[in-house]
Design a protein around this ligand. Structure first.
Ligand SMILES: Cc1ncc(COP(=O)(O)O)c(C=O)c1O
Length: 422
């Protein structure tokens, strides 16, 4: 308890909030829908504006602005590589969003199915990381389901019997967009590799909440969406270099058949990639803030980022504890997924719940009328909703990030109590 209080007091949430214009706009919503998309720090907005105002040109030219764009993209590749602890910036590809990268990799893998043609997917995942693999049944893939357990977790013990010499790939999320459950992906990769299979990770939801280390996790591919990580709309894919080299991707003849070129044919949105780079810089500066504003240059970029993400983790666990207790105390509220306060480290501050007798759409609309932004519906995980035996309307999701506060949670819980008629 004392440790929790210390973490809460130490996290510089007031300074964080000052850096996000959307949080300080008079009359703005209270943002509890961050799993759908997070707000952007001034730093990222400035970087996007600067790019568009001064160098909105195509890369690859010999003139000043074009060379600046080349340098900015190279810098962003380096930053994202550090953010993920990738071995090489060329393992990072930029693009529109996570879904299109999932499709790109699945289309390539569909062309390489031989004796190994089984693909393991989960019913916890966002449909983006399910449908794209199911589409490979047309190429002869055989789908195996790794089902979510009753407590909303994916158990590695349930994965083990699905793995065999026929398994080509395990596709799973790092954290659930609906329930907030965090998966032990390092163990998933260890077991999958022992069976000779590859692992594709959807880190879209996990990325804003904790440190990613693709080398420690031992995965083969990983995707993220910039707009969940305090950057504008864009996505990036990391792949182990050898895995990317082996993928048969579509490209025009003049595009080199090497990563990242072979993964990102065509033009992506440069200004948003620049915004992603600035969002990572924001996180590094948060790492300094969490370390007593140390800026003596003695920490590496990676250390600064890990410090930020670990501080975010600690702070968000306090938010999760408070939100869990608050919703749990409302008469007629059902929270889905991990509810044991001792297991708070195994979940994100993303909570799926229902109020007895009030349809999810009504709860969301009544919260919106009070200036509180949440989401209702199936969270694009319709199979999970079925597994939870939820009706068409699904449930309500409140999803927090590190700029949310205990005070906001109190206001949210008060509003919910009123809606529930407590
Ligand atoms: C877990 C997860 N995976 C994938 C996606 C799709 O990401 P994108 O919009 O970048 O394609 C989302 C979007 O919310 C998500 O939450």
């Amino acid at each position: 308890m004392r440790e929790r209080a210390a973490n809460l007091a130490e996290f510089p949430v007031d300074r964080v909030r000052q850096m996000f214009p959307a949080l300080n706009r008079p009359g703005s919503s209270m943002f509890f829908d961050n799993a759908a998309g997070a707000q952007i720090p001034q730093k990222a907005l400035d970087a996007v504006a600067d790019h568009l105002l001064t160098r909105s040109v195509q890369r690859g030219g010999c003139y000043r602005e074009s060379q600046e764009v080349d340098a900015a993209i190279a810098q962003a590749r380096k930053s994202v590589a550090v953010f993920l602890n990738a071995a090489d910036p060329d393992e990072i590809a930029f693009g529109m969003n996570a879904t299109s990268f999932m499709r790109l990799v699945s289309l390539a893998i569909g062309q390489t199915l031989a004796e190994r043609r089984e693909i393991i997917v989960t019913d916890l995942d966002h449909e983006a990381n399910v449908a794209t693999w199911l589409a490979l049944e047309r190429e002869g893939a055989v789908i195996r389901w790794w089902n979510v357990a009753d407590d909303g977790t994916l158990r590695v013990a349930d994965l083990e019997p699905l793995l065999s010499s026929r398994t080509r790939l395990v596709a799973c999320t790092v954290a659930s967009n609906a329930l907030g459950t965090i998966i032990d992906v390092a163990e998933v990769a260890r077991r999958a590799h022992a069976a000779g299979a590859e692992v594709f990770l959807d880190a879209v939801q996990y990325a804003p909440h904790g440190p990613i280390d693709v080398r420690a996790w031992g995965c083969d591919y990983l995707v993220c969406s910039g707009y969940k990580i305090f950057a504008p709309h864009m996505g990036f894919l990391w792949g182990r270099r050898a895995a990317l080299e082996a993928l048969p991707t579509f490209r025009e003849d003049f595009i080199p058949n090497t990563p990242p070129s072979k993964i990102e044919v065509g033009t992506f949105v440069y200004e948003n990639v620049v915004g992603m780079n600035a969002a990572i810089e924001y996180l590094a500066e948060l790492g300094d803030l969490c370390d007593g504003d140390r800026k003596d240059g003695s920490s590496s970029h990676r250390q600064r980022l890990v410090r930020a993400m670990e501080a975010i983790c600690q702070y968000e666990r306090c938010l999760s504890g408070a939100l869990l207790a608050g919703i749990g105390a409302i008469k007629g509220a059902t929270v889905y997924g991990i509810q044991d306060p001792k297991a708070i480290a195994q979940r994100l501050p993303t909570f799926l719940f229902n109020l007895a007798g009030v349809p999810p759409a009504t709860v969301a609309a009544r919260l919106a009328a009070k200036g509180i932004a949440v989401r209702d519906g199936n969270m694009y995980s319709p199979r999970l909703m079925k597994r939870l035996v939820l009706s068409e309307g699904g449930a309500v999701r409140a999803s927090l990030v590190h700029y949310n506060t205990q005070d906001e949670i109190r206001r949210f819980v008060n509003a919910l109590e009123e809606i529930a008629g407590n």
